[in-house]
Ligand binder design. Sequence first.
Ligand code: B3K
Ligand code: ZN
Length: 886
Amino acid sequence: MDKGSPRAIHLRDYAPPAWLIDTVDLAFDLREGATLVTSRLGIRRNPARAGEGPQPLVLDGQDMELLTVAVDNRLLTSDDYAQGPESLTIPAPAGETATVEIVTRIKPEENTALEGLYKSSGNYCTQCEAEGFRKITYFQDRPDVMAKYTVRIEAERAKYPVLLSNGNLVDQGESADGRHWTRWDDPWPKPCYLFALVAGKLVHIEDHFTTRSGRDVTLRIYVEPGNEDKCGHAMESLKKSMKWDEDAYGLEYDLDIFNIVAVGDFNMGAMENKSLNVFNTKYILARPDTATDMDFLGIEAVVAHEYFHNWTGNRVTCRDWFQLSLKEGLTVFRDQQFSADMNSAPVKRIQDVQRLRQVQFAEDAGPTAHPVRPESYIEINNFYTPTVYEKGAEVLRMYHTLLGAAGYRKGIDLYFARHDGQAVTTDDFLAAMRDANPDVSVDWEQFRRWYAQAGTPVVEGEGRYDADAKTYTLTLRQTLAPTPGQPEKLPMLVPVAMGLVGQDGQDLPLRLAGEDAPAATERVLLLTEAEQSFTFTGVASKPVPSLFRGFSAPVKLRFAYTDGDLTFLMANDSDAFNRWEAGQTLAAKIILGLVADRAAGRDMVVPQGFVAALGKALDRAGEDTSFAALALSLPTESYLGQLMEVIDVDGIHAARDLVKAAIGRTHRNALLKAYRDNADTGPFSVSPEAIGKRSCKNACLAYLMAAGDEEGRRLCLEQFRTAAGMTDVITALMLIADSDMPEREDCLAAFADKWKGEALVMDKWFSIQAMASHPDTVKRVTALLSHPSFSIRNPNKVYALVGGFSSNPVCFHAADGSGYAFLADRVIELNALNPQVASRMVKAFARWRKYDGERQAAAKVELERIAHTPNLSRDVYEIVARSLEG
Ligand code: B3K
Ligand code: ZN
């Protein structure tokens, strides 16, 4: 352990800080080899802890050299204070207020963890969330300490012409020896995790946005020289976000300047530092020839997400890190709403649910399952999870569903009216939602369980039609399996948005027994008991229920549908999400049936009825191409694995491939036609129509390739060689790399040769090879570690190659354990360099118990090897320990 023994922090131990810090005045003297940081803190006794007598000032700090400490201008000697490995304790100052000045020396050049102050491509930048500020200076590094900051940055002008921090630039000047400085003043109190500094040789593009009250905001995006031509989409996305937040939430920007800096070495996507967002280049840089449609959409979403944090996170922040979903769940929900408004809402919803199921459901079903508001952690960086983010966003969506758009907005308005400028909890948020909607009858204590109970509820059900009484009774049962630390669970409050589809395909009026209100055709039932029945009256003929429309709750539905019901819903449900869902449910049923046949030694025969039903989606491709592409796609191997008791890696792969090939063969002509019909998308655009055409065309190409169709192969090669946009080029290359075509190696080599100068494009090249289902993949991935474009120190490269490989369902889980050994070696290597990245990678082992005995044994050996690594970081330790326990 490099940070002392791993001690868990518990929510129940929360206590307000003994001292408040009102002002922070920082001076950075940036120099190669050693940077000096002078911090002057204006502190005040916390009235919330009056009556407890004089309390010492306990500051967090690590990985730095303490030079001097002074209190009220009196220099302390080292006997006056106590320095621990991760803390500095200064005896209680006598007065109610005091000034503390601390000078530390740090070495950003040696910081490979990319947390605190570090260098990326020769430029200085910071990442302070969650606890990086304590690597810059001693401080009460906790989000409920909010202060006003001024910052002076001094550095050599030639190397670091741009010197940025939060807030407004208030002064600048020249110093001796070719050095210069700037001074920044941020008028908004903020927690230290939102502090940022950037110094480097950067260029920028500039634009302006006028807020609805008339404030002119200067918008700048800073990048390394040569990348100016790839910032346009990010800038457009920023302006759209600013406008949308005014229109949808009434929230306006609150400073005259908004800066974004894109850096190549960044542990995650981006960071919402006040007025100085720092981004991973992946979420800023895009040109049609370098970025895919998914990249463009990702940029729009992440730029919006970080911008939206200005209110949900920065103006109102978290009291402690257990409340992380207060800002993250809410902000993800907001960025999902925004992207839905900017693009196709049903497509966006389907993509969000695909992601939720793929990663969050998996997390919730394994040893690292935790509630949206966790109770304890060893390393908080491990809790920036799909549960806190994506399931957290589903909780917000449920408020929206329960309260309606207007009630939800009333709740949000009350939340800001009450808490602007404060550090609060998810309970405070719930209280605002509840208090703003006194007429809504929801048991909010029960609703609170969504924050407290981990695991994905399973809702089972069946329907009974009584032809004589003309009633339809829907019975739903909910269960929630135990998760680590939570053996017993209570029923959840589950909003079930639903309709009943009549035999003519139309939604029927919904009137529950005993109601005389006018009947709607869609409503939200509240499932609050372990088992509940709902009887609808006046139902003329036997309906097919459409449940959880729009995926109204993050649950697993197990309803007694026949194949015929599902085919009917695929064709008739008025809810687009559920039309797609019916197809997925049917596909999963068919593929898992084939997996069972294979396991039992029976031949796998793809049912023609299913192939025909999918063909109908193809017939409708012209109507809504994006939706058609989603309707055509099969559930992923990893999602199918989640549906099995013991994951049959090879069986799933073989069955899914067989189904793909059958579809490709049966619908060859229709696929070729749809491919050609959608080939021309005109001048480049990322409009939903253009994206839809490309995704539909590429879905068709994938089926043709799966069938080994000669014409399909020819079109694929042609697309790879001649397409102008990256979406088409990379899809073709991926299909070729996954095939046994003789051109495979030449195509991969040609791509690398063309794009060797573009780091983000090379990431795609690495991940395509890592994800190919070829027997030689582990060998190839090992060789690629020595490729000149690869660096283990760059998170994007690691995520592409190592992360790509660990998401390769067949090769990572190879029965001989070679994939597991490869990953363990990388985790051990990364542990010493960058614990956050190492910990992200080691999570691929978490569900090892879901595989067969041979694979379990191989995975366990590797997990234990990692566990015995000397100097194991808290980050990796926590995940490995949970995985081995769970
Ligand atoms: N708030 C940051 C994430 C920080 C992660 C720290 N390990 C990005 C975001 O969610 O917007
Ligand atoms: Zn966020």
